[in-house]
Design a protein around this ligand. Structure first.
Ligand code: NDP
Length: 435
């Protein structure tokens, strides 16, 4: 069985405590690897390696840092087959999606920041004739990067690449549910010539390894993407230590559809923005507000399209959706469907677990689900489900649509898939807050 290891100071090493836990293939519901159950001792080793690497790396000319990072990008591209296989096996998402989205984007993350550092510009502000103030952006030392499971290598590299491009050294932890591509990234970095200690990868549980990174006094900045509650926990620890903090948290995004939209284009986008990646993206539209005069036409066409989405084997190129990431997450999503019914909602399609059979018989699949008849302020419409479940809500006026769209505790995201405005006359919803 595959044994994933920590990557510290340029080498794969076992966790100090020698403990591992099991990692599942969600589409099969079976164990396929073990993962280090790291704790503060492993984090200590990783921070020491990062600290030791920092003086040389931060003084390495940007041209050289850029060259190494471009090599990492190139190796990710050259290994796309192997990385896409690993991502799909680990997360349950379709292989075609890993090949089209996750792995190319991971490559782009290194490519983008490798070239951005070559074109650094600074701002200056003159204070009359008295002074000129200017901004320098300098590396600060060891940075902790903690990422979630939904876009594993994509989001992991999105945190790491800018940090090391700027001359920092990193201690990173991927989600314990999806460690496989992060494990492979270590070897790629070594092969690309990244000096030992610049990137250190510690696997394990958030409450243990993740919390140890957040609390470590030498980790001067924490870059985190994940759930809102975890973000609040991290902020609580990091704030009194005056760490720099970047938090990208949960979402509950609205799609707003007006009667004068380009119907076919809107329909394609809405299906995709609702169910791509099993709905497990913080940008997915999960509340669909439809102008009342279009509501019945939209509902009929949308439900028809959703019923035809193929849910099944991630290795099958016809599968639009694969498995949810874990049994626990599948149960959470099914629990929200039960809640929607209790709150008076009507399930128009989906609403249940899917059993594709064969080697996916025990996998954690859920049918794409459309629900109507719920008020905008009920729990189903207020809490993040983070799965293939959307609700339909009619509206009469723009003001009403905006009030309901903005009426959640989450920040809203403005994104191609996150919010659709299919009209000539619409003003975009205000409040582009990030959580
Ligand atoms: P979690 O918050 O559960 O976990 C995110 C990461 O934090 C994981 O690596 C986790 O480790 C770790 N972690 C958990 N507890 C702690 C802690 N106390 N201290 C430090 N680290 C900790 O999120 P999920 O993995 O469930 O990801 C889904 C969430 O991510 C959704 O809410 C989604 O909206 C959000 N997200 C936001 C994005 C954005 O750009 N705004 C993009 C993508 C996702 P482990 O998994 O090992 O417990």
């Amino acid at each position: 069985m595959l044994s994933i290891q920590n990557y510290i100071n340029g080498k794969y090493v076992a966790p100090v405590g020698g403990q591992y836990f099991e990692n599942y293939n969600p589409a099969r519901g079976s164990v396929y690897s073990t993962v280090p159950d790291s704790d503060e001792h492993d984090v200590e080793l990783a921070v020491k390696a990062a600290e030791a690497a920092f003086p040389a790396w931060s003084k390495t000319p940007v041209e050289k840092r850029s060259e190494i990072m471009l090599k990492i990008a190139q190796l990710i591209a050259e290994n796309i087959d192997e990385l896409a296989d690993a991502e799909s096996e680990d997360s349950g998402k379709p292989l075609w999606l890993c090949r089209q989205l996750d792995i190319p984007r991971a490559k782009e993350n290194f490519h983008f920041f490798a070239t951005a550092i070559l074109h650094y510009a600074t701002q200056t502000h003159a204070t009359d004739d008295v002074a000129i103030n200017y901004t320098l952006r300098q590396p600060i030392g060891v940075v902790g990067c903690i990422s979630p499971w939904n876009l594993p290598l994509y989001l992991f590299t999105w945190k790491i690449a800018p940090a090391i491009a700027a001359g920092n050294c990193v201690v990173a932890k991927p989600s314990e549910l999806t460690p496989y591509t992060a494990h492979k990234l270590g070897q790629i970095c070594s092969d690309a010539g990244l000096p030992a200690g610049v990137l250190n990868i510690v696997h394990g549980y958030g409450y243990k390894a993740g919390a140890a990174i957040t609390a470590h006094p030498k980790a001067k900045a924490i870059s985190f993407t994940g759930g809102t509650k975890t973000g609040a926990d991290i902020a609580r620890v990091a704030a009194p230590m005056f760490k720099k903090l970047s938090l990208e948290l949960g979402g509950k995004n609205p799609n707003i559809i007006f009667a004068d939209c380009d119907f076919e284009r809107m329909l394609d986008t809405t299906v995709r923005s609702s169910f791509l990646n099993q709905g497990e993206i913080c940008l997915c539209g999960s509340r669909i507000f439809v102008e009342r005069s279009l509501y019945d036409k939209f509902k009929t066409a949308f439900v028809e399209r959703v019923k035809n989405l193929v849910v099944g084997d991630p290795l099958n190129k016809d599968s639009f959706m694969g498995a949810l990431v874990s049994r626990q997450h599948m149960e959470k999503v099914l629990g929200y469907i039960d809640l929607a019914k209790e709150e008076g909602g009507t399930v128009l399609c989906g609403g249940e677990r899917v059993y594709p059979g064969g080697h996916n018989a025990d996998g954690w699949f859920v049918a794409p689900t459309v629900i109507e008849g719920l008020p905008y302020d009920c729990r189903t419409n207020q809490e993040e489900i983070f799965g293939p479940v959307v609700t339909l809500i009619p509206f009469d006026t723009e003001e009403e649509a905006l009030t309901m769209a903005n009426g959640v505790g989450y920040g809203l995201e403005h994104h191609r898939y996150g919010l659709i405005t299919c009209t000539r006359r619409t003003v975009l919803p205000i409040n582009w807050r990030r959580a």
